[in-house]
Design a protein around this ligand. Structure first.
Ligand SMILES: Cc1cc2nc3c(=O)[nH]c(=O)nc-3n(C[C@H](O)[C@H](O)[C@H](O)COP(=O)(O)OP(=O)(O)OC[C@H]3O[C@@H](n4cnc5c(N)ncnc54)[C@H](O)[C@@H]3O)c2cc1C
Length: 393
């Protein structure tokens, strides 16, 4: 009955309501701002995202609309293990860095251009009657939308068989004299002490010879204490020859991203589409999310412009999710050594194939080549364990 009452109450009608205005929504708003004039939009989020709250690193082809917003990009990256340094040429792709502030600004500009309504309130209930959705906050109904794009963080509908996290702390370090090599980005440096269960690595993303993001990351089941991140980061920075006494920490970046084979529901009801991490855009085997969010944002904008429903393709093919599930299991159950696993992946595949695989856009043939490059026996055991667990489930 509640929704019938909503029909009586005068609330604004829009074509699209964004419930959650973070990364996924900002990319989609920016794409709509470019392509979809005349669409009526509302954004509902208790926080109006502005400024620098995260840094996105991602790979892709150069020449996109985001290029003017990038802080840096690299045509090659290094992967380092105790055995040595592997320089990976990425052309025709490139590794890029986008700080959040310019993206949030672009999204805000798009909101202004589109005349979007903004509700600074949490959304609580979404009532979908199959032809429209009423979004309600703590004070009652806020807006009626033809479609809702919901990116509120939420756990997967079906918990994972393996539940890891990508968790990290990064420092934006500033120097008074040249210290960093802006043309050399380190994707993963596995010379960090390895956790008993999990994989750790450091990395360095320099935007100039005096300013860089230096980070300590773990793929493992649980977060660390505050002090443990600092200790690990100091140790990593010193291990690569940085003199911390002569550097200033300008910003601190912390993050926890799910790495799970749990099931994220992308379409919980006919007119609600989940976006971002909540919609399964986070790649289970790495925690990378940005490229899938970007791809889906462009798809949605094209669909809306063409008068079609704003429903993007699934972020990753089912076979990739299965491969990730097997990989997570192999790492979690100690069937493979994490550092050796990633090193081998880059040793036996062209970097472009690995990166396109992680983005979910490789072909069957390329996927078979990727599988053939991983250690056969442990991965077969992990696949058998995965199959048994699915059968039990
Ligand atoms: C520090 C950090 C760094 C990252 N770096 C990378 C990277 O380098 N590369 C990469 O690929 N991925 C990265 N990620 C992962 C991923 O890209 C980001 O988490 C990204 O912001 C996810 O976008 P999202 O829209 O799903 O979630 P968010 O950006 O977190 O947005 C969710 C929004 O929902 C809002 N919300 C919450 N509750 C409600 C409610 N009740 N009603 C309405 N709105 C609500 C929140 O306020 C927030 O604005 C990073 C994540 C973090 C945290």
């Amino acid at each position: 009955m509640a929704w019938q009452a909503d029909r009586m109450i005068s609330i604004p009608d829009v074509d699209l309501a964004f419930v959650g205005g973070g990364g996924a929504a900002s990319l989609t708003l920016a794409a709509l701002g470019r392509e979809a004039a005349g669409v009526r939009i509302a954004v509902i989020d208790p926080v109006h995202k502005r400024g620098q709250d995260r840094t996105w690193a991602f790979w892709g082809y150069p020449g996109t609309v985001l290029d003017p917003l990038l802080s840096a990009s690299w045509a090659a990256v290094d992967v380092i293990t105790p055995a040595g340094r592997r320089e990976l040429p990425l052309t025709p792709l490139r590794y890029a860095m986008l700080r959040s502030a310019p993206l949030y600004e672009l999204a805000q500009q798009a909101e202004r251009d589109l005349g979007a309504l903004r509700f600074t309130a949490p959304a609580e209930e979404l009532h979908d009657d199959g032809s429209s959705v009423v979004v309600s906050g703590p004070g009652g109904p806020l807006v009626r939308a033809g479609w809702v794009l919901d990116s509120r963080p939420r756990p997967p509908r079906r918990p994972g068989r393996t539940n890891w996290l990508q968790h990290f702390r990064g420092w934006w370090l500033e120097a008074d004299r040249p210290v960093f090599q802006p043309e050399r980005a380190v994707l993963m440096d596995f010379r960090t002490p390895q956790p008993a269960r999990g994989v750790s690595f450091g990395y360095v993303l320099p935007v100039s010879d005096r300013f860089a993001l230096v980070e300590y990351t773990e793929f493992s089941p649980a977060v660390l204490s505050n002090d443990a991140y600092d200790t690990a980061l100091v140790a990593y920075a010193e291990s690569i020859g940085l003199d911390l006494a002569s550097l200033r920490v300008r910003e601190v970046e912390n993050g926890v991203i799910p790495m799970t084979d749990g099931l994220f529901e992308a379409r919980p009801s006919p007119r609600v589409v989940r976006l971002g991490t909540a919609g399964g855009a986070t790649r289970p085997s790495t925690g990378f999310t940005f490229s899938a969010m970007l791809r889906q944002a462009d798809e949605i904008a094209r669909a809306v412009t063409a008068g079609r429903p704003p429903v993007p393709q699934p972020p990753y093919p089912a076979r990739h999710l299965w491969m990730d599930s097997v990989q997570l299991r192999a790492l979690d159950r100690g069937l493979v050594d994490g550092v050796a696993f990633f090193d081998r992946l880059f040793e036996r595949n062209p970097p472009e194939r690995v990166l396109r695989f992680l983005d979910g856009v490789t072909t069957w043939r390329e996927d078979l080549l990727m599988m053939a490059s991983s250690p056969l026996l442990p991965m077969t055991r992990a696949a058998a364990g995965d199959a048994a667990s699915r059968l039990r489930g």
